[in-house]
Design a protein around this ligand. Structure first.
Ligand SMILES: Cc1cc2nc3c(=O)[nH]c(=O)nc-3n(C[C@H](O)[C@H](O)[C@H](O)COP(=O)(O)OP(=O)(O)OC[C@H]3O[C@@H](n4cnc5c(N)ncnc54)[C@H](O)[C@@H]3O)c2cc1C
Length: 554
């Protein structure tokens, strides 16, 4: 016994020493399995054995993890004195996770470049201490319990398309919970709903559903991930008709901070269900989304104009917003670039009334009809839209702001953006876009009809501006980002002066320093905070998660 205590005191971080202590202790006593395990428990820090038992994993893995954790001086020091050495504790946790989940599910030092570079934007390429490549919700549960036990920093990644540093990546010391292997697309027997894994990409989802004549309300670009898009709300071409992606979720499977795996739907944990529909990464890790299906057949056409037609396109777009966007089956995509304008007309069924896009009839002929009028599907359109994405890894950002509908406001902000964006392109090579996303009043009604969400989107015709920004050199970060910051500031100032202010900021377009959840309205924010405190009373997601739009910052 003395030997055991002595070894316990001098235990090093070396796992082998821990195993040796166990071997010597076991040799000292009757060798029945029961006696061994009782002695082992006496030798162990009881907090470790309680923790490992709570993981409910098979005993060989549990014993290996227990021995490893108990042999690590940083772990025992933390548990006995509260001394928290982040780097050593995170390494100990990664080793324990590896022993429990297996080598193939825990990528640890050196973490492979492919895992690090899975994030879309180089601004988010960070090397974590380890990445847990979860295969199921149980793996996620084990990871979050371990993180909570040792109070470690972590990030959660689905598709990795947020360009905001810290949102879905972490450096050392930190653990990345990577959900990219959770990518199921399974249709229910009645085909009214489909279960989606958070790590799937929208292109894969639409392609899998297309042969069944079905689709879902999701993302518009194929590479974007399921998880982050839905938790941020999720704006789709036909959100005016169907609501946001989050409004179309029937059930969320969620791993809570204490590792419990629960469902959130209109009957179970209904407050959590509401909160997850746009409340971001504040409540748990979603491991499955059951989503209502929609028909896949649509109509679309896409044309390219020169930038000399920017004001004419804006005038026509505004006219359409004011006169025809109340036909919720129709939508318009207007993406003004530095050299060309992309104008898309979309209809949510295969036949389109001739009046739907009449507001654009006075525009001159486009430079190119990139996609002629087509009776296609959500899948075929999405594959077309994805083809224009550059495969080259770059630094990226986006930034959002909203306003009322007004052609002069749009044109005035466009002029400010254009001058700045051209100057910055000349000095840095950065590419940027000026995007007006039409939000018809019907969107809020569609959300409400599906149970409502916490986003506080105004029930009126308005627009969500966004900009996608690509550049290469980290030294240009501040210069490049100054354009979108000045542009959104101009939107806010001019909208306010002209009585066109809309405070709402869409989370999925929000840049790192913006406060989208703060724009949901005081009552919704308070309700979200109450729900977060109920499901995560020790504030694991607020205090240990390295980034993302967290309620503690609202
Ligand atoms: C090219 C492009 C096109 C886009 N198009 C659209 C669009 O059409 N509509 C739209 O609404 N948005 C769009 N977006 C924005 C996009 O929705 C967000 O960037 C979103 O965060 C991406 O989801 P993801 O899973 O790839 O993100 P990630 O970067 O993996 O995650 C984003 C955030 O969500 C958290 N998170 C992710 N998964 C989970 C989970 N399962 N449980 C808990 N937290 C989680 C992360 O921790 C992080 O904070 C687009 C973005 C880009 C770059």
């Amino acid at each position: 016994m003395v030997l055991i205590q002595l070894l316990g005191c001098i235990a090093s971080s070396n796992v082998i020493l821990g195993a040796t202590a166990y071997a010597i202790a076991a040799a000292d006593v009757p060798t029945t399995r029961f006696a061994e395990s009782r002695l082992l428990k006496r030798a162990l820090d009881p907090q470790i054995s309680t923790f490992v038992e709570s993981l409910a994993v098979p005993s060989p893995q549990a014993e290996a993890a227990q021995t490893s954790l108990n042999a690590d001086p940083s772990v025992t020091a933390f548990l006995q004195t509260g001394e928290w050495i982040a780097s050593a504790l995170t390494k100990a946790a990664c080793q324990s996770l590896r022993l429990i989940l297996g080598d193939s599910k825990v990528d640890t030092t050196p973490v492979s470049p492919a895992v690090i570079q899975e994030n879309w934007s180089q601004t988010c390429w960070k090397t974590p201490t380890c990445a847990v490549l979860a295969q199921n919700s149980k793996d996620v549960s084990v990871a979050i319990k371990t993180i909570k036990f040792l109070k470690l920093k972590f990030a959660v990644r689905s598709g990795g398309h947020s360009p905001n540093p810290g949102a879905s990546s972490t450096g050392e010391p930190g653990i990345l919970i990577d959900l990219q292997n959770l990518k199921q697309v399974s249709l229910s027997a009645d085909k009214k709903a489909v279960s989606l894994g958070p790590g799937g990409r929208w292109g894969e989802v639409y392609a899998a559903l297309d042969p069944s004549g079905l689709s879902v309300i999701g993302g518009r670009i194929p590479q974007v991930g399921v998880g982050g898009l839905i938790l941020g709300g999720g704006f789709f071409h036909f959100s005016g008709q169907y609501g946001l992606a989050a409004d179309n979720v029937k059930n969320f499977e969620v791993v809570l901070a204490d590792g419990r795996i629960v469902n959130a739907n209109s009957a179970q944990n209904s407050d959590l269900f509401w909160a997850l529909k746009g409340g971001g990464p504040n409540f748990g890790i979603v491991t499955k989304f059951d989503v209502f299906t929609t028909p896949n057949k649509i109509w679309y056409t896409v044309s390219i104009y020169g930038v000399d037609q920017a004001n004419a396109c804006i005038d026509a777009f505004t006219q359409w917003q004011k006169t025809a966007s109340s036909d919720l089956k129709s939508t318009v995509a207007l993406i003004i670039g530095l050299d060309t304008i992309t104008l898309g007309f979309l209809y949510s069924q295969p036949t389109v009334p001739s009046s739907a896009f009449a507001a654009f009839s006075n525009l001159p002929p486009p430079l190119v009809v990139a996609v002629p009028p087509t009776q296609g599907t959500v899948n075929s359109l999405t594959q077309i839209l994805g083809a224009s994405s550059s495969p080259e890894p770059l630094r990226h950002d986006y930034r959002g702001v909203s306003s009322g509908v007004d052609a002069q406001l749009y044109k005035d902000v466009y002029a400010i953006w254009k001058a700045k964006a051209l100057a910055v392109r000349a000095s840095t090579g950065a590419n940027q876009t000026f995007v007006l996303q039409p939000i018809p009043a019907g969107l809020t009604a569609a959300s409400t009809a599906r149970g409502g969400n916490p986003m506080g989107i105004p029930q009126k015709n308005h627009q969500w501006f966004t900009t996608l920004i690509d550049w290469r050199n980290p030294a240009d970060d501040t210069t490049v980002r100054s354009v979108s910051i000045a542009t959104t500031d101009a939107w806010k100032k001019l909208s306010k002066e002209r009585g066109l202010e809309v405070p709402f900021i869409f989370q999925n377009d929000a840049s790192r320093t913006q406060n989208p959840i703060g724009s949901y309205g005081a009552a919704n924010v308070q309700k979200l905070k109450t729900i977060a405190a109920k499901y995560d009373p020790t504030q694991v997601f607020q205090n240990l998660q390295v980034g993302g739009f967290l309620l503690k910052n609202v």
